[in-house]
Design a protein around this ligand. Structure first.
Ligand code: SAM
Length: 359
């Protein structure tokens, strides 16, 4: 089933402006393909579209035979009152429409007469209604909000079905999209990200430096790193299922991100990176490898700096004193900047820490 937004309205109603908004603002959610079509040729473009694309078709009324029943359709009809229409119309567009009628004297001219304008406008709605799922609007910003809601519904349904199949791997994070939580997982993703205090540690510019996120899980923090701090991010996780989920989230919600997710065991990774993020992961790895080996390896593959979020494990001999002592052997600067959030309780924990380290 292809996702189709059909935009129709009289010449000069703002169809192309609305299509541009969709192309620009929904490019993270869909591969948006846009075509100006007629009722004679629109099927051709529908047939060429991929299942998961968002096809935006712009069409001029009048039309009376459109069949998009078998697709996921939203038909946006733009229809403005005569005076608003004339006020919104640019001089160039006005001339364009006049020229069109001058060259096509057989077409009934509706653009200079409110009676004919309204007749055409209402006939348009009557034809449009036959396509199904129509919204009628005279306000393009409001139309876009409706469109956004419709597309988010599509993505959210898919997400919930995917999360149901992959619950064990999707439960941890609360992924964000444009500053809003997509769904609440056990970790407070944004609070956790803000508490890393990256602006003061690495600055506010978007860096060209290489960056690695170790134990990226479904990529919720990775996505924020790419959006706010690094032009390109590499991310690894030791669970292939997590990498599958991270890639799925990228394909559905963050299409324009520049992140490379790969299955990898950190302890076997030899490539070096300028900045490395090891968040809530080293204490897991230390269950399998001596902690000193974990930190030695982390330092070996770090060029500039690393940011660590780590839980003390006193029963396991992993106290803050020990963590600091070992870090100081391999990093020039080690700064414990504060406590970190616990998942599930989502409160700041007194034995969980955020540490900035520089080589
Ligand atoms: C508690 S989650 C933390 C996720 C994310 N880094 C964060 O801060 O929210 C730990 C993640 O590390 C991964 N992990 C554990 N051992 C790893 C290893 N040796 N190499 C890479 N990833 C590992 C797990 O599969 C899991 O996704």
């Amino acid at each position: 089933m292809t996702n189709i937004i059909l935009i129709s309205g009289l010449a000069g109603s703002g169809k192309t402006y609305l299509a541009d908004m969709i192309k620009d603002k929904l490019k993270n959610l869909f591969d948006v393909r846009y075509f100006g079509v007629t009722q004679e040729n629109y099927q051709h473009y529908v047939e060429l579209a991929n299942e998961d694309d968002l096809l935006v078709l712009e069409m001029h009324p009048p039309f009376d035979k459109i069949d998009l029943k078998d697709h996921n359709l939203l038909h946006v009809v733009i229809s403005k009152d005569w005076s608003v229409y004339n006020q919104d119309l640019s001089k160039e567009k006005k001339k364009f429409i006049d020229d069109f009628f001058d060259k096509n004297p057989k077409r009934e001219r509706w653009n200079t007469d409110i009676i004919k304008y309204n007749k055409t406008r209402f006939a348009h709605m009557s034809h449009a209604n036959k396509t199904g799922n129509v919204i009628l609007t005279n306000n393009l910003e409001q139309a876009f909000e409706n469109i956004k809601g419709w597309t988010m519904d599509i993505r959210f349904k898919e997400l919930f079905l995917f999360a149901n199949e992959n619950y064990d791997y999707m439960l941890y994070h609360s992924p964000m999209l444009q500053g809003e939580t997509i769904y609440e997982g056990t970790a407070p993703t944004m609070d956790k990200f803000l508490s890393l205090n990256l602006e003061s540690f690495i600055g506010t510019d978007k860096k060209e430096n290489t960056c690695l996120d170790i134990g990226c899980n479904i990529g919720a923090v990775t996505q924020l790193l790419n959006q706010l701090h690094f032009k390109e991010v590499f991310a690894i996780d030791v669970l292939t299922e997590n990498i599958t989920c991270a890639k799925w989230m990228q394909k559905k919600f963050y299409r324009n991100s520049n992140i490379h997710y790969e299955y990898h065991d950190f302890m076997k990774l030899n490539q070096k990176f300028d900045y490395i993020f090891a968040l809530a992961v080293l204490h897991h790895i230390a269950l399998k490898h001596p902690f000193v080996e974990v930190i030695k390896h982390l330092a070996e593959i770090t060029n500039i700096a690393t940011v660590i979020e780590i839980n003390e494990m006193p029963n396991f001999g992993l106290t803050m004193e020990k963590i600091k002592t070992i870090l100081k052997r391999y990093f020039k600067e080690v700064n414990v900047i504060g406590n970190a959030y616990l998942p599930v309780q989502k409160t700041i924990a007194k034995n969980r820490w955020i540490i900035h380290c520089k080589k």
